[in-house]
Design a binder for this molecule. Structure first.
Ligand code: MN
Length: 157
C-alpha cells in the first residue's frame, strides 16, 4: 500500500468503461458557442492539469456528423481510436482509418467527418492555452470549393 495521499481530482488510474468512456470523465458539449457549425460531436477532456502544458481530449463524431471547419495558431495531434471517416487538412482531403495519425499545423483549415454508417472517435492532443478558432469567410469557402476534392468533402460527398 502506498502512503501517498490520493488526489481525488487526479486519480492515478481512470478505468475505461464501455462505449469509449472513462471513470470520472464527463462528456461535454463539443463547443460552447452555438455559432460554430457542426453536427453530432461529443467531447471528453481526458487529461488537463495546470502543471501540464497540453490537454488530451477524446472527440466522437456520430455517423454522418462533422466537426467545425476552422483554423487557429495552435496545433492538433490526432489519433483515430474508433471507427473511420475523413479529414480535410489544408488542401488535402483524406480517408481516416483506425489508429491513423493526423497532424494539423498552425493556421491550417481542418474538419473531421464520420463515415455514413460508423462514428469517428479520436484522441486530440492540444496546447492547454490556445487561441480562439477562426471560421472561414465566404471568400475562404469559395477558394476551397474551387478544388473539386475539397468541394466534395465540404458537401459531404
Ligand atoms: Mn481545431
Amino acid at each position: 500500500m502506498s502512503d501517498q495521499p490520493q488526489d481525488p481530482q487526479n486519480p492515478v488510474v481512470r478505468a475505461a468503461q464501455d462505449g469509449f468512456h472513462w471513470e470520472g470523465v464527463a462528456p461535454r458539449r463539443y463547443k460552447e458557442e452555438a455559432a460554430a457549425p457542426f453536427r453530432d460531436v461529443t467531447r471528453q477532456v481526458l487529461f488537463s492539469d495546470p502543471r501540464l502544458h497540453g490537454e488530451l481530449r477524446y472527440f466522437e463524431v456520430a455517423a454522418n456528423g462533422y466537426s467545425t471547419l476552422e483554423r487557429h495558431e495552435h496545433m492538433h495531434a490526432v489519433l483515430v481510436l474508433r471507427g473511420a471517416g475523413r479529414c480535410l487538412v489544408g488542401n488535402e482531403a483524406r480517408a481516416l482509418h483506425l489508429h491513423d495519425l493526423v497532424t494539423v499545423p498552425p493556421w491550417t483549415w481542418h474538419q473531421f467527418r464520420a463515415g455514413k454508417d460508423e462514428p469517428l472517435g479520436f484522441l486530440c492532443l492540444v496546447n492547454a492555452e490556445r487561441d480562439r478558432p477562426q471560421l472561414p469567410s465566404d471568400d475562404d469557402l469559395a477558394a476551397m470549393r474551387r478544388d473539386p476534392i475539397l468541394r466534395d468533402f465540404l458537401e459531404g460527398r
